[in-house]
Design a binder for this molecule. Structure first.
Ligand code: ADP
Length: 327
């Protein structure tokens, strides 16, 4: 028989991503609509361990759908990695009779949720919140669309100055393990080359193609590099290019944390709202210990223990498109 939930908690864990607030709002309001009491847990699993938990009303989430970051704050929590920490967290939830959790975060946070719900009788539902879009089992993650659009906006501006001065710009975007931000933003801004962790960087090819473009007097070039690319990132690349082609004016721009913040895009608000609604539905229906994904525009429910970082398989066609369109 399904165990009825009455009081649920919602938290953000790991890195923040734009759209988390829209998801919190959806969870709180769908919960209240269904007669549940909803609690906000502050700073990820730390709030569970330290009993930093607040009652959420419909008004608590007013005017947040358009804001980046998260009103509940987020954190990494060492104590939750240990059984003792998780036990303390459980006791705090039990004392408030919280009997269901919605966790916004990445694969690490989902693994924590899985371990916790195996040890204690509190069902957990995950919502994929990460700008890197590197979780297998969903076409979208909350925050990716905003982050990639922020990168595109910044690269467009850099292109203006690259064009004015006939320069090569090497732009480093976020993505330690996954190259989605680099690939999507690079294609969308007409980059000459896109370097990602999933593909070995061929420095000879890059030098050769820059020399060839120089011969044709094509002097404005953009290379978009994901931070986890194997050659050593934008600075290392610039150093080698400077050695090999000293007359090429080269500049490096590392976009960094601007990609994490800012008002979420329409797409991120939409998927966060849909996923938040479905997370509460899962708890009500007794569909436990899954995370909510969207595949081909339909909701999918993937067991938390299957949450893994996704490595994309880069189709050669994508790289061919990059080469052809950048000539
Ligand atoms: P992300 O969710 O973005 O992948 P992390 O991997 O840093 O981020 O995980 C966030 C938090 O989730 C950790 O600080 C920890 O509190 C919890 N966590 C991660 N992995 C585990 C695990 N195997 N067991 C228990 N808790 C975990």
């Amino acid at each position: 028989m399904k165990k009825k939930v009455n009081k649920i908690g919602v938290l953000c864990s790991g890195g923040d991503s734009p759209g988390m607030n829209a998801a919190i709002r959806a969870v709180v309001r769908t919960g209240i609509y269904n007669g549940l009491e909803v609690y906000g847990i502050m700073r990820g699993y730390s709030g569970m361990v330290e009993n930093d938990i607040i009652r959420m009303e419909s008004r608590s989430v007013a005017n947040i759908i358009q804001r980046g970051g998260t009103i509940l704050k987020t954190a990494r929590c060492k104590e939750f990695m240990e059984y003792e920490g998780r036990k303390k967290a459980y006791e705090n939830l039990k004392a408030r009779e919280i009997d269901g959790l919605v966790i916004l975060g990445g694969d690490g946070s989902f693994r924590g949720a899985q371990t916790f719900s195996n040890e204690f009788d509190i069902p957990c539902i995950g919502l994929p919140g990460t700008i890197d879009k590197d979780i297998a089992g969903t076409d979208f993650t909350i925050g990716f669309d905003t982050a990639v659009n922020t990168a595109v906006e910044a690269i467009d501006k850099i292109r203006d100055t690259a064009d004015a001065h006939d320069r090569l710009f090497i732009i480093e975007v976020m993505g330690r393990d996954a190259g989605y931000i680099a690939l999507h933003s690079g294609i969308s801004t007409g980059a000459e080359n896109i370097l990602i962790p999933e593909k070995k960087t061929d420095i000879n090819y890059i030098i050769e193609s820059l020399l060839e473009k120089e011969r044709r007097k094509k002097l404005v070039n953009l290379i978009v590099v994901a931070e986890g690319e194997d050659f050593g990132g934008a600075d290392e690349l610039a150093k080698v290019i400077k050695e090999k082609i000293p007359n090429l004016e080269t500049r490096v721009c590392i976009l960094g944390h601007i990609q994490r913040g800012g008002s979420p895009s329409c797409m991120d608000r939409l998927i966060a709202s849909r996923m938040g609604y479905h997370a509460v539905e899962c708890l009500l229906e007794g569909r436990h210990n899954v995370f909510v994904g969207i595949v081909n525009n339909r909701m999918h429910y993937i067991p938390l223990n299957e949450a893994v970082k996704k490595k994309q398989r880069i189709s050669e066609e994508w790289m061919k498109i990059v080469r052809i369109l950048a000539t």
